[in-house]
Design a protein around this ligand. Structure first.
Ligand code: NAD
Ligand code: TYD
Length: 367
């Protein structure tokens, strides 16, 4: 998007009245980028970040904005129906951006239950609370549900997921996200809750928990540990820089039409093994290691059960309607990501040691 046009749009949006916005899962990877963007770009908005702080929630992600006047953290488990309702009663939100979820496919294979509770029951609890509190003026409100391209299932070598592609989830994670998408659509259709959904491809960038492919590989390469590649590394993902996702969320939240779905993707497909090789090259350069050193760490391991072969997104609707496009090239984005992890060693050490979980107590207990 051109800078001039972007400023013009932001000016227009800033002219809108003051609003109280709920962002769920704001202490997580994508949520923290969305919270920062909204707190910084919309001083007229009060941003309430409701997060349970599971292993994936890290308030250190937001330490730079936590003292801003238009930001407040509410420790909340969305699976607790009363807690979800109490939050809506307390704030009567003007809008919701719902990111809270269990998000790791491998964890959904070893323990699917939590995915059912948080992703399905948690979403329904928020919808019920919105329905109850918003009944008098729903047309002024918006429930924006953040979903994944994984709900569409797995592609062969050809084709792209469009907004019309039939759902065909294959993992407990994607099945739980698909269920929550269906519930959001059902509440829109049946009860008139103004809702939009977006389905995005794999995100990467700063603050991602190092159990997902890219931060895990960066950390292992840095520490000269094996880099596990599932199967033959032939699986293909479309990768999007997290700030591009946050920018798309911003546009959809402000301009999306209730009842609509928007696909978000990087137009950036990579075979896992090629991605890891590129990452190894970047790491060799950044760590002043002889070319080829990091590649020796690549270790092929047992494949993920039911491993989806390929995801690829057609995001032309979003591009045409709102002029959105992903900004950095993959190599630039990957390099920025590597730089972030290499210069934020304390963040990484705290996550790996578990010390980040003490952050809430040290910063928030007694408040
Ligand atoms: P994440 O795992 O980094 O963060 C999830 C956040 O939700 C954490 O802060 C966690 O504490 C919170 N949470 C979990 N259970 C909760 C509960 N019961 N109550 C309140 N908070 C709870 O996830 P992410 O990668 O930032 O993903 C955010 C959203 O985007 C998810 O809905 C995910 O499905 C979707 N998404 C992610 C990707 C990706 O590549 N990461 C791609 C497309 C869509
Ligand atoms: P991941 O980051 O877990 O995201 P998702 O499963 O939602 O796509 O994995 C991305 C790809 O990398 C996926 O094809 C599985 C693969 N993978 C590995 O090969 N090794 C790993 O250690 C991890 C975590 C993932």
């Amino acid at each position: 998007m051109g800078v001039g046009k972007k400023h013009q749009e932001e000016k227009l949006i800033n002219m809108k009245k003051e609003r109280i916005i709920l962002i769920t899962g704001g202490a997580g990877f994508i949520g923290s980028h969305v919270v920062r963007r909204f707190v910084s770009n919309y001083p007229g908005y009060m941003i309430i970040n409701a997060d349970k702080l599971t292993y994936a929630g890290n308030l250190e992600n937001l330490s730079d904005i936590e003292s801003k006047k238009n930001y407040k953290f509410e420790k909340t488990d969305i699976v607790n129906k009363q807690a979800a309702m109490a939050l809506f009663r307390k704030y009567n939100f003007d809008g919701v951006i719902h990111l809270a979820a269990e998000s790791h496919v491998d964890r959904s294979i070893t323990g699917p239950d939590e995915f059912v509770f948080t992703n399905i029951v948690g979403t329904v609890n928020l919808l019920n609370a919105a329905l109850d509190i918003w009944k008098n003026a729903p047309e002024e409100k918006l429930f924006y549900h953040i979903s994944t391209d994984e709900v569409y299932g797995s592609l062969g070598k050809e084709g792209f997921f469009t907004e019309e592609t039939a759902y065909d989830p294959k993992s407990p994670y994607s099945a739980s996200k698909a269920s929550s998408d269906h519930m959001v659509r059902a509440y829109n259709h049946t009860f008139g809750i103004p809702a939009v959904i977006s389905n995005c491809s794999n995100n990467y960038g700063p603050n991602q928990f190092p159990e997902k492919l890219i931060p895990l590989a960066i950390n292992n390469i840095k520490n000269n540990k094996p880099v596990p590649v599932y199967g033959k590394g032939e699986n293909i993902r479309d990768w999007l820089y997290v700030e591009d996702h946050a920018a798309a969320i911003d546009l959809i939240f402000h301009r999306g039409t209730p009842g609509e779905t928007y696909n978000i993707g990087g137009n950036n497909e990579w075979k896992n093994i090629d991605l890891i090789r590129l990452l190894c090259k970047i790491m060799d350069r950044k760590l002043d290691r002889p070319a080829g050193t990091s590649e020796k760490l690549i270790t092929f391991v047992k494949d993920r059960p039911g491993h989806d072969l390929r995801y690829a997104i057609d995001s032309s609707k979003l591009q045409k309607e709102f002029g959105w496009s992903p900004i950095p090239s993959f190599e630039t984005g990957l390099e920025k990501t590597v730089d972030w992890y290499l210069s934020n060693t304390r963040w990484l050490e705290n996550v790996i040691s578990g010390d980040y979980e003490k952050y809430y107590d040290s910063m928030y207990s007694g408040r």
